[in-house]
Design a protein around this ligand. Structure first.
Ligand SMILES: [Zn+2]
Length: 189
């Protein structure tokens, strides 16, 4: 899939909006990105999963590991396309961990899969979970890379789209300065 095809699926499903938004962080942005809205369509999720699998098949992963909740749906689809297990890690007392009887072994070659990578913090945490379980992490993949620093990930990241989502404090927001009304994503104007 090309970047344009991926972004078309996001726009069709309202997962990517242009305007003037107040994000849950309180910051303002001219873009709103909510990948759950594209992944709610199983056909779209499957296509995105196949596209990420095509980019990562060469590293011959034996398992996909995703951080809950955002990574679960796309992780499942990448696992389906690669015909390998799709596991997820979830927080227990604030620490990302493998639960539910999920295991990895030293023979596992793990691909970490997420919907969106922003700073790479959750990617690094997920890598640490796999390594603590004795497995080797050989790569990472996400639908959207919002500007991660490759030097901080320690593994190659494959992304379908690289896209910045600018965020401004309200007092220095250029859209506010232009008098454009701000909306909270998800609310009906
Ligand atoms: Zn603003």
């Amino acid at each position: 899939m090309t970047e344009t095809e991926v972004l078309d699926l996001f726009r069709q499903s309202g997962a990517l909006l242009d305007g003037h938004f107040r994000l849950s962080s309180g910051l303002h942005s001219d873009r709103y990105l909510q990948s759950a809205l594209v992944l709610q369509h199983p056909d779209f999720a499957e296509r995105l999963g196949r596209a990420l699998a095509a980019r990562t098949a060469h590293i011959q992963a034996t398992a996909v590991l995703s951080p809950a909740l955002g990574g679960i749906v796309i992780g499942q689809e990448v696992g389906r396309a690669l015909h390998v297990r799709a596991l997820f890690a979830e927080r227990q007392d604030g620490v990302l961990t493998l639960r539910r009887g999920f295991t990895l072994s030293p023979s596992d070659r793990v691909l970490v899969v997420e919907d969106v990578v922003t700073t790479g913090g959750s990617t690094r945490e997920t890598i640490a979970v796999a390594e603590a379980a004795g497995a080797r992490v050989i790569g990472a993949a996400s639908i959207i890379d919002r500007g991660s620093d490759p030097a901080r990930l320690n593994v190659p990241l494959q992304a379908l789209v690289r896209m910045e989502v600018p965020a401004y404090p309200p007092e220095s927001c250029p859209l506010c300065a232009n008098g454009i009304a701000v909306v909270k994503p998800g609310s009906r104007a």
